[in-house]
Design a protein around this ligand. Sequence first.
Ligand code: CP3
Length: 348
Amino acid sequence: MNNTDPIYNSLMMKTIRKEATDQKPVWLMRQAGRYMKEYREVRAKVDFLSLCKSPELVSKVTCEAQEKIQADAAIIFADILLIAESFGFDLSYHEGLGPVLESSDPQALHHIKAISQDRILNELSYVQEGLKQTRKNLPSDIPLIGFAGAPFTVSSYLIEGGKTKTQFQKTKDLAMSSPDTWKKIMEALAQSSIDYLKMQIDAGANILQLFDSWVGILNPEQYMQWVEPYVTQILQEIPKEIPTIYFGAKTKHLLPYIKNLPCSIYGISDDQDLVEAWDIVEGKPIQGNLSPEILLQSWPQVESAAKKIMSQSYGRTGHIFNLGHGILPQTPVENVIELIQYIHEYRQ
Ligand code: CP3
């Protein structure tokens, strides 16, 4: 990438390099989703997995969402659990229940091995093709974000069989009682995620986000022992010219540890004050952290919460506006459009 490249000169990339910009970049986690009429129309015709596996539809919903809300980045439409199919698990999604993961082999997790690069290229080729088409269809100055789930968060679904019903007890039990199996699972997921993310770079991803959504349930000691080495390994393997974002929900108590990860941007969740977070990460770029629940309120409340974040970060470089977790399906789309316009027009 050279300095006449529209992506290099985008609001997102300038902000990541901590250059001054006259507007702040903003995008929202899960910006293509059920709160949007256009998305619901597509989903009325195809189930969620078929949508993820159709490069044409992936490109359509990714680009439509970016354009409709005027976000400064697009995130490829996919899911962190797609990779589980390549590990031999059956993956399905159920209304109200969320994802369900099953394996015919009860010992599957005990002899898990990293998936070969070839297998990733083959079995997740629809993600590769979706990225290629989306990159082609997006405006040339809008970065495309690729992503993967981090090993802890993905393993929690494999171990619990879906969304946890026990506050991640099975996952914690396995980590505590079978450290060798735990290490095997984490190493297999880390190595496969590296290959998967590199494939996404080759297919056109300009930035990568690692979703470690559920690490917030761990204490610092557990985080450092069970999670940190594998996340570090993944982040170290990503070529330096591709910025990386690391995100976990409700991670205020872990930020003093997360701050040492070799990522380019820290995703800050909504349990934390932005200025405090910035002090902890020593001024490195951050992303966040409006509470998604605020967007369910009327505009004056949204505005007041957005204003707080904007005034806290005004005049400082290196802040990407986002939510503290994914957007909720009940969110009124008008609030989202107005929020992004507000951020773009904000002057102190
Ligand atoms: O951000 C985007 O617009 C890109 C798409 C995206 C989806 N999932 C689409 C999706 C991304 C980045 C994800 C990541 C993801 N998936 C995470 C990490 C982010 C987070 O929110 O913490 C997690 C934990 C998952 C696993 C997952 N996938 C769950 C728990 C669910 C069910 C959620 C629910 O509310 O039903 C999914 C399904 C899913 N992934 C949907 C979407 C739009 C809803 C499916 C539908 O259309 O019915």
